[in-house]
Design a protein around this ligand. Structure first.
Ligand code: TYM
Length: 327
């Protein structure tokens, strides 16, 4: 029996923010020994909301893969690909689009939410509505059983399972029903304003941020709005800084909570503690990044090699699919 297969991907938005790291990438790194891993830079997905200005996709792809490597992804262990290099994803997306009811896509909570959040941008397109179908194709082209993602991607993984089920029912049982894997500690990391951390909301901290940027961004985090004076007792449950401490200062958590609720430590000091803890985690990643930047061909070499390996696997899946559909 081989190792179970895993696929996950990220849109090339450039350098990663901490939500990408703690929600997904960190699990990817930890899974490399126990699973057969495929990780993709999903550049076609980036077009669904950013089709007008495509000038930065290539550079963003490079920056992102460097971040992946800095955090510990190892191309000797994992297959690292760029979605648009593997045309099988597009063929499978097209075939899935034939069997996916429109209602499933229109009802998808992320679709409705994004239409609302990105108001002003024209994303009433066929491609944007079909976002989860392409994602299903990414995952199922490798017959992946596990998909390590942040909580915001759960509706998409659920749709992937439904599409797999429908295909298996209509034609032949070709696909597994993949499971989402959430990071135990962080399923959804807030940004400095308390909403989900996201590049498009401008509320992020970069994984590769320099130490003093981390201090600055942590300094801007929203805290308990009812704690106006230093002597007011705080409410950690509504505080973004505390949400971060839960992840980065696990051992000191009871102390931090007591200091806040007992008004013993002010928000400024509490933020200083957090910045210190964060920088401790990020320093080795920054260091590795500096070393990797020295090799300009590295990313293209890795993607070329990844494409070769991935095409072989996805190609076999597509043969089975065509045969099951008799085309
Ligand atoms: P994307 O590019 O928005 O995000 C990449 C990964 O980072 C996670 N993430 C977060 N996790 C916790 N807290 C946050 N604040 C946070 N922000 C981002 C996301 O959950 C995701 O795991 N649709 C996907 C890309 C994709 C994909 C796939 C993923 C395309 N095909 C196939 C898995 C399998 C997306 O837009 O992720």
């Amino acid at each position: 029996m081989g190792k179970p297969r895993v696929f996950s991907g990220m849109r090339p938005t450039g350098r990663l923010q901490l939500g990408n790291y703690f929600g997904a990438l960190k699990s990817w790194v930890d899974m490399q020994d126990d699973y057969e891993c495929y990780f993709g830079v999903v550049d076609w997905h980036a077009l669904t909301t950013g089709y007008e200005d495509t000038s930065e996709i290539r550079e963003n792809t490079r920056e992102m893969v460097i971040d992946w490597l800095s955090a510990g992804l190892d191309p000797e262990k994992s297959v690292i690909i760029r979605q648009s290099d593997i045309k099988e994803h597009a063929e499978l997306q097209l075939l899935f689009s034939m069997i996916t009811p429109l209602g499933w896509l229109e009802r998808c909570p992320t679709y409705k939410e994004q239409l609302h959040q990105l108001e002003g941008r024209d994303i009433m397109t066929y491609g944007f509505l079909g976002y989860p179908v392409l994602m299903a194709a990414d995952i199922l082209a490798y017959k992946a059983e596990a998909v390590p993602v942040g909580e915001d991607q759960l509706p998409h993984v659920e749709l992937t399972r439904e599409i797999a089920r429908r295909f298996n029912f209509l034609y032949k049982p070709v696909f597994p029903e993949p499971q989402a894997l959430l990071n135990r500690d962080v399923t959804l990391l807030p940004g400095i304003d308390g909403r989900k951390m996201s590049k498009s909301y401008g509320n992020y901290i970069l994984m590769s941020a320099e130490a003093k940027d981390v201090e600055e961004r942590v300094g801007m985090m929203v805290t308990d709005p009812e704690r106006i004076r230093r002597t007011d007792p705080g409410h950690p449950d509504v505080c973004t800084v505390y949400a971060f401490h839960k992840v980065f200062s696990k051992d000191e958590l009871p102390q931090i909570e007591a200091d806040c609720t007992g008004a013993r430590v002010g928000c400024v000091e509490c933020k200083r503690r957090l910045a210190r803890a964060l920088n401790q985690v990020l320093e080795p990643i920054r260091e590795k990044r500096r070393a990797l930047m020295a090799n300009p061909d590295l990313v293209e070499d890795i993607l070329r090699d990844g494409a070769r390996k991935a095409r072989a696997v996805a190609g076999r899946t597509l043969e089975e699919v065509r045969s099951a559909m008799r085309i």
